[in-house]
Structure formats: C-alpha cells, structure tokens
Design a protein around this ligand. Sequence first.
Ligand SMILES: [Ca+2]
Ligand SMILES: [Ca+2]
Ligand SMILES: [Ca+2]
Length: 180
Amino acid sequence: MSQLLDRKLKHFFTLMDRDRSGTLELNDYLTTADGVSSAFGIAEGSAEHHELRRAFTRFWEDVVKPMDTDGNGHVSFDEYLTAYNAGVRDDAQGYERMKPISDAILAITDTGSNGKITEDDFALALSGYGVPEPDGRAAFTALDQDRNGFLTPDELQKAIEEYFLGTDPELPGNTLFGRF
Ligand SMILES: [Ca+2]
Ligand SMILES: [Ca+2]
Ligand SMILES: [Ca+2]
C-alpha cells in the first residue's frame, strides 16, 4: 500500500473517530451528523436534524458496521484498512463504492439544490466533519479546477476518488479533508 494512501486513510479514520476512542462507533457518526447540522444552523430536534442523523445511521449500518469483523462493536483501524483493501482498492469498480459518500456530502452541501457548491457551504460542511475552516477553504480552492467559484458534483466526485484511491502526492483531491 502506498504510504500516502495509508496516511490519507489514517487521517480520515481519525477525523471520523470523533470521541478519539481509537475506534469507530455509531456515536462517532451521530456526532458528525450533529456537527454538520449545527454548522448549517439546523435546529436541534427538527425534522431536518433527524433526517441527517438517520442518513449517518444508515451509513454506519450499511458501510462501516460490516467492517467490525471480530464483532466487538468497534471498528478498529486494522478492520477498516482490511475492508478498504478488499472492497475498494483491489476492486476495479472500487471507486463506485465511494459514491454514497460523495452523494451524502453533496446532499448536505448543495444548499441551493442546483448542483453547485459554494466555498462557504463546502467549508461549513467540512467543519461539521471536524476539518478546520481554513483547511476547508484551502481545499475548495485546490478542488475548484475550472475556477468558476463552485464545486460541481463531478468535481467533488473526482476529489473523493483522488483522496481514497490516488497515490500521486500532487493530486488536488489529497486536500479534501484538510491537512494531514
Ligand atoms: Ca470512536
Ligand atoms: Ca472490531
Ligand atoms: Ca468549478
């Protein structure tokens, strides 16, 4: 495995481990749901807030929880890496599996529902994931390759593929989740 890819995965894992327990649990994803919700000024307990928590719960149930191969209720970095290698890296269609992540980010950040993500919304969404706002803004600048001031679903999808699959240190997508 490329060292860069390994560092990116570790960074993403650490970012998702919101309570810093060293392992992933449903509660980590609910914390992120709450973080994204409050970043966008969504009222606690509102229907929108509940929908976000449901979306992150589904992501945990469908994508992350199955990685808990020893069944102890916690997903360790080793379990995560094993699942990644089996499900993404060694599979020609592996990048397709990243699609739900980009769809989820897009659904949250595309506040105008017009397929265009502004720098402010992008930085806000990432801050909900625990990425410092200046890092989010720097990532936006790197990822807006055509410099039109918006990220389109295609640009976001490309960034996600580059982050999770790219081994070239110069790829703009490496900056997607902030500095590591
Ligand atoms: Ca945790
Ligand atoms: Ca486990
Ligand atoms: Ca653009």
